[in-house]
Design a binder for this molecule. Structure first.
Ligand code: GLU
Length: 488
């Protein structure tokens, strides 16, 4: 095959959802894996539904995930423009050539007339178009025009089976007579998706068409269009198709575009790392190995092939999503993670600007500790919060209720007493607290340190306690213990 050319051609309506991003990933991934080219095209022929916001969000999602394109609306390319709304002349010209070549024709029938004909012949009136206008004579067409009717343009389907080999599903055959002649342009000449999509694929020399399985019913029509374009000298070869499996929810139902879990930019907002999200999306229909589902982008590009995609539905599994994202969170070198966390801490007003030396030290020690316990930047920033708020840590209500009971007051008193004279290192803090609470009061470690942890960090779940106390310093730690004690 000549140089691989794939494309991603969304309609800018609504949010970038998981299905769309998976299609893009597999298309981009295949081009990159094969050293080919990846085209980004905007299918904005529905002015009523298309929005610039949606376009911007698509670009934001693709850029965040690191999927760059070689040709596209913003950077141009040899087949520009890459926005369908700017290609009307091209489509008008193709329609003209299709009609002149006899591949398409003017059709004047109204829906009512089609239904009436089906009924009269004893057929289901909802069967769809009956190819009635295929062979109208020039005189008949003129008579319709004289009545003031304006035709739509329909593509003539062959009276033969249409077969193609899908990269995912193998051979697919549509029997002759099952697909009626279809509309490619409206009476006012405005082109439909059925025309613009395959025409642009052909003119942009796309040779691998990657799209969702829900679009498969339109593929025989596209193939017929391609064959006509080839005969007209506008295309070279029918492309290969890869129809990606449906993404379903936990009940096996097609995952809705409006399902909140489907909203890709939400993950960006919540501080998921793009490497994790990309990895998970890649597992929706494809796997790198039977016993492994965590991999880097480089490993994905090394191994990916559309021909290995499975045809059975891909289940969106939140637990797996989080597990994969957590693995990637742990894989980031700590200094890189720190750089990613600084803006999060600034946004929360926990850092004023660039961290000073003392704050750097806290980050150097604490980031590796929270990294093990988090999946997102937001979680990590929240877990670091108590290290950046001076003596006054906000006590989480549930955590306080759970731990500040029974002998919590004595625990805090004994801790304060033991720590006042202690040297301020992780080891010495641990020793002093154990001696006072476990040995001195005879408490079980879990019970003993609960109130101390909540007093220090505000929560029952925190980075390791003694390290945290060392980082906070003696003064701040004791102030927090005393403040908590005062609430009891
Ligand atoms: N613009 C179409 C869509 O968003 C693209 C379909 C295709 O990939 O062929 O559904």
């Amino acid at each position: 095959m000549s140089n691989v050319r794939t494309r991603f051609c969304p309609s800018p309506t609504g949010l970038p959802h998981v299905g769309l991003v998976r299609t893009c990933l597999f298309s981009w991934g295949y081009a990159r894996a094969k050293g080919g080219e990846f085209v980004f095209r905007i299918e904005d022929t529905d002015a009523a539904r298309d929005t610039e916001d949606s376009y911007n969000q698509l670009v934001e999602a693709l850029s965040w995930l690191g999927m760059g394109w070689d040709e596209g609306p913003d950077i141009g390319g040899p087949h520009a423009p890459y926005r369908q709304s700017q290609r009307s002349d091209i489509y008008a010209d193709v329609v003209k050539r299709l009609v002149e070549g006899g591949y398409a024709y003017e059709a004047f029938s109204t829906n009512e007339e089609v239904e009436a004909r089906h009924k009269a012949a004893g057929r289901d009136p909802k069967l769809g178009y009956d190819n009635f206008d295929r062979d109208l004579t020039e005189a008949q067409k003129q008579a319709f025009r004289d009545e003031g009717r304006r035709p739509v343009y329909r593509m003539r389907m062959p009276d033969a089976d249409i077969t193609f080999v899908d990269a995912v599903r193998g051979e697919v055959t549509t029997p002759a007579g099952t697909v009626p002649d279809y509309v490619i342009a409206r009476a006012d000449g405005s082109p439909l998706y059925t025309l613009t999509n395959p025409v642009d694929d052909a003119l942009m020399k796309v040779n691998m068409v990657t799209r969702g399985e829900d679009l498969m019913s339109s593929t025989p029509r596209q193939i017929v269009m391609w064959r006509a374009l080839i005969e007209l000298g506008l295309a070279e070869e029918v492309p290969e198709y890869a129809h990606l499996p449906l993404i379903v929810d936990e009940r096996g139902k097609k995952m809705s575009k409006r399902d909140p879990r489907s909203d890709l930019l939400k993950y960006k907002l919540e501080g998921y790392l793009p490497e994790g999200v990309l990895n998970y999306v890649a597992t929706l229909g494809w796997s790198i190995a039977a016993d492994r589902d965590v991999f880097t982008v480089a490993e994905f590009l090394e191994a990916f092939d559309l021909h290995d995609v499975k045809s059975n539905p891909a289940r969106f599994d939140e637990k797996k999503f989080d597990a994969i994202c957590a693995s990637h969170f742990r894989m980031v070198p700590a200094d890189e993670l720190t750089e990613l966390l600084v803006p999060e801490l600034q946004r929360r007003e926990l850092l004023d600007g660039e961290p000073n030396e003392a704050e750097r030290h806290v980050l150097d020690v604490a980031v590796p500790l929270v990294q093990e316990r988090c999946t997102t930047l937001a979680q990590a920033a929240e877990m670091l919060r108590f290290l950046f708020c001076g003596t006054e840590v906000e006590l989480d209500e549930t955590s306080a209720k759970k731990t500040f009971k029974d002998d919590a007051a004595q625990v805090l008193d004994a801790s304060i007493a033991a720590l006042e004279g202690a040297e301020w290192t992780t080891g010495a803090i641990e020793e002093a607290l154990k001696a006072a609470l476990v040995d001195g009061m005879g408490l079980k470690p879990r019970k003993a340190f609960g109130p101390v942890r909540v007093a220090i960090s505000g929560k029952t779940v925190s980075p390791p306690l003694y390290e945290s106390m060392e980082l906070l310093g003696k003064e701040v730690s004791l102030a927090r213990l005393r403040a908590a004690r005062a609430t009891l």
